[in-house]
Design a protein around this ligand. Structure first.
Ligand code: FAD
Length: 318
């Protein structure tokens, strides 16, 4: 079932959803299933599964030469989605990227997803890989997420890359895209970021899911500005509870979001990470409750594969 159909079915009730990431290569999938088991009682209508790009590493060949290896540390997005749908009968939403994909790769991926009866995708550009300063698209790949959205919409209309395909089947993907209440790190202003967000929606995105934020006012202002721009699709807030002192620096650095002073002060007072985890849970419960009163369709939690704090939050909210 499509994310938009889940919204319609809920008739205004806010629902619980979450995002997981595939395990590191070499780890068993059971740990991931255990974290889903722990959250299953909150009846998520869908679970997002992130996609992780390749990395370039250099191996010392021992003769003064370095060998470039292209590796994937977290493969398995599509397999995990298929496993979730089969094991839990919950819709799985794979994230798909421009980065690392040619248009042909994307089309083939979408064909696989369609065969697996996966009805939803989140279409993203992706970040630059670690060895690049700026995002570089694949040869014959997409530069920006709006182009990827367009390709999915084309397939939904039965238009494949090979124009000579006859009687081609039209897929029916529901398409999510990202939004950034505190603007994307590369955007010169929030206004310009919203301009390009509208481009993704015009191309055919069905809903927006936001980057994490810790100050609800930033989300409310973002929604107001998006509506003023004429963006009418549902906007789903993404939430992440803080869980370690280290994240005070890591989160602003990595995700380009600010932390409210009151939250920072509470974390600094903590004696250990158990106490930080509790502060993070309580902050996120307050955020969630306020967002619920604003009638958001879902509260979408970034679990990062750890379910205990998300479970505590869900118990406090749903
Ligand atoms: P875009 O929407 O393409 O925007 C990128 C930048 O370019 C923005 O600054 C925008 O303002 C600008 N821009 C957009 N369109 C144009 C245009 N046509 N011309 C000029 N400028 C333009 N990363 C992963 O690797 N895997 C994941 O699973 C993943 N999941 C995510 C889920 C969510 C909810 C979010 C918010 C982010 C996720 N990311 C993920 C991170 C994301 O890939 C990065 O933030 C990436 O840098 C931007 O992707 P985007 O789709 O937002 O890009």
């Amino acid at each position: 079932m499509k994310v938009t159909e889940h919204i319609a079915k809920a008739k205004g009730k806010t629902q619980f959803t979450f995002e997981i990431l595939p395990p590191l290569k070499g780890q068993h999938i059971n740990a991931l299933f255990k974290s889903i088991d722990a959250l299953n009682e909150f009846k998520p209508p869908f679970i997002d599964v992130t996609y992780h790009r390749e990395e370039h590493i250099y191996k010392d060949r021992g003769n003064g030469l370095l060998e470039l290896k292209v590796i994937k540390k977290r493969p398995g997005t599509v397999g995990i989605c298929a496993a979730i749908q089969s094991k839990y009968k919950i819709d799985a939403v794979p994230h798909i990227l421009c980065g690392g994909f040619s248009k042909e790769d994307t089309e083939n991926l979408l064909v696989d997803l369609d065969y697996l009866e996966i009805d939803n995708v989140v279409a993203l550009r992706g970040d630059s890989i670690k060895s690049e300063t700026y995002f570089t698209p694949n040869k014959d790949g997409h530069n920006y997420a709006n182009e990827l959205v367009q390709q999915i919409v084309d397939l939904n209309q039965g238009n494949y890359l090979d124009k000579e395909l006859l009687n081609s089947y039209a897929t029916h993907f529901c398409i999510g895209v990202s939004g950034y209440p505190e603007k994307h790190m590369e955007a010169p202003s929030l206004e310009s970021d919203l301009y390009f967000l509208k481009k993704k929606v015009k191309a055919g995105a069905d809903y927006i899911i936001t980057q994490m934020f810790f100050d609800n006012q930033k989300f409310f202002d973002f929604v107001t500005k998006a509506r003023e721009e004429g963006i009418t699709v549902p906007i789903i807030p993404g939430l992440k509870p803080l869980s370690t002192t280290k994240q005070l620096n890591m989160i602003p650095h990595r995700f380009h979001v600010d932390l409210p002073e009151a939250l920072i002060k509470e974390v600094i007072k903590c004696k250990d990470n158990n106490a930080v985890r509790q502060v993070g849970v309580e902050w996120c419960i307050q955020q969630s409750k306020e967002l619920m009163t604003a009638d958001v369709p879902f509260l979408h939690y970034y679990s990062m594969g750890k379910s205990d704090n998300i479970k505590q939050i869900a118990e406090g909210v749903f």
